[in-house]
Design a protein around this ligand. Structure first.
Ligand SMILES: [Mn+2]
Length: 388
């Protein structure tokens, strides 16, 4: 993707301009970001998803049994018939993993790393419905899919910002409106992290939230050090050969700190392990139970492909690749595999092609390392045969 080609999605900005001036910095309203966009799923179909055990869904009622009542799915079939006429909203997470047409929306965001994308949440709201003024720790693109929603933006917040006490939801006690817009289908609003916002349905409406993810500093440190720890032998310890005799045995002297810093730096600076951990961590699936492999032999895989079978990525699998020293590494659903540099084009194909088949795999099927990789990915469940 050319970073200097203006995009309708970004209101005519190039990806480079958007990244420089808006991404993580300030909001951007784009009228008709996707001209003529129509939600590929209906409110009834969204409600249907919220009945499913494996789907994460929430109902928010502004005037429920308490203000801003939160109910968690899965819901019973009659859950929606007893709701008031106004002021509630249904939110369904990760619809992209269940509805392929919704996953296609993500294709519009190829100028951003895919591993930064969390999911597409879809909300349906009746007039007055919304989740109240709040802020998120993540970037989000809010694409209007049906009806009209009024978006108001406000102040920049942080974890010290006062919240309403009683609510099940994190609702800001104060909201200082700075701007507002009414979005219609195809319009999109980008919001950077920490910016207060409040979306209220004007009529029956659906909004697609393309949400991003970024690990917190605390997560990076705790998870990476846990990962590192597995590779360090018991005998590697704090050591103080050549230490000076202590003047006061009750004092921890400065040189101990220097030795600790050297120990930490030696391991924290291991780029190979850091990349391996990061790739694994960022490709961990949201729903691991949806990634179940199929036992298959190499010969059967090859003959299936030769007979016209098509492999697709499991919609719940996350994949990414990277360079580690001279080698390449493929990350798939939280696992990593070191591969030789000549597999670069195959890795790109596996991570990005809509489908893998004899025509685009062609030469790779004669390469042992490549065909073994495909078998492993099918066994692991990150790749699966498309239904005919
Ligand atoms: Mn939000």
């Amino acid at each position: 993707m050319n970073p200097d080609t203006p995009l309708q999605l970004l209101g005519g900005l190039t990806p480079r301009e958007f990244m420089r001036d808006y991404w993580q910095k300030k909001p951007l309203l784009v009228r008709q970001a996707i001209p003529g966009f129509e939600s590929p799923i209906s409110p009834d179909e969204l409600a249907g998803l919220a009945l499913e055990e494996e789907v994460e869904s929430r109902l928010v009622l502004e005037h429920g049994s308490q203000p801003w009542e939160l109910r968690r799915g899965p819901f019973a079939e009659d859950a929606f018939s007893e709701l008031p006429e106004r002021d509630w909203t249904l939110l369904v997470q990760a619809v992209d993993q269940f509805v392929p047409e919704v996953a296609e929306v993500i294709e519009q965001f190829k100028f951003l790393p895919k591993w930064r994308i969390d999911d597409v949440m879809i909300s349906f709201a009746v007039p007055g419905g919304g989740v109240g003024p709040h802020f998120d720790n993540y970037d989000v693109f809010l694409l209007q899919g049906l009806g009209k929603r009024r978006w108001q933006i406000g102040q920049v917040c942080d974890s010290e910002s006062p919240m309403l006490q009683h609510a099940d939801l994190k609702i800001l006690a104060e909201f200082v409106k700075t701007e507002e817009w009414v979005l219609e289908p195809g319009d999109m609003l980008y919001l950077p992290p920490l910016l207060a916002h409040c979306g209220t349905a004007e009529d029956d409406c659906m909004t697609y939230s393309v949400g991003f993810r970024a690990p917190s500093a605390a997560e990076v440190l705790t998870h990476f050090t846990d990962f590192l720890g597995q590779f360090l032998p018991e005998e590697e310890r704090y050591s103080d050969a050549d230490a000076a005799p202590s003047e006061d045995p009750t004092q921890i002297q400065r040189d101990a700190l220097e030795r600790l810093k050297a120990l930490l730096n030696e391991h924290m600076g291991d780029e190979r392990l850091l990349m391996t951990w990061f790739g694994q961590y960022m490709t961990e699936p949201r729903y691991p139970e949806r990634i179940s492999g199929t036992e298959i032999e190499l010969q059967d895989l090859l003959s299936n492909l030769e007979d016209g079978a098509v492999l697709i990525r499991n919609p719940s699998a996350r994949m990414a690749w990277s360079e580690v020293g001279e080698d390449l590494v493929l990350f798939a659903s939280g696992q990593s595999r070191l591969l030789s540099a000549d597999l670069r084009e195959l890795l790109k194909l596996v991570c990005s092609a809509d489908a893998l088949h004899i025509d685009n795999l062609g030469q790779w099927l004669g390469n042992e390392e490549a065909s073994c990789l495909l078998v492993e990915l099918v066994k692991q469940g990150s790749l699966e045969f498309a239904d005919e």
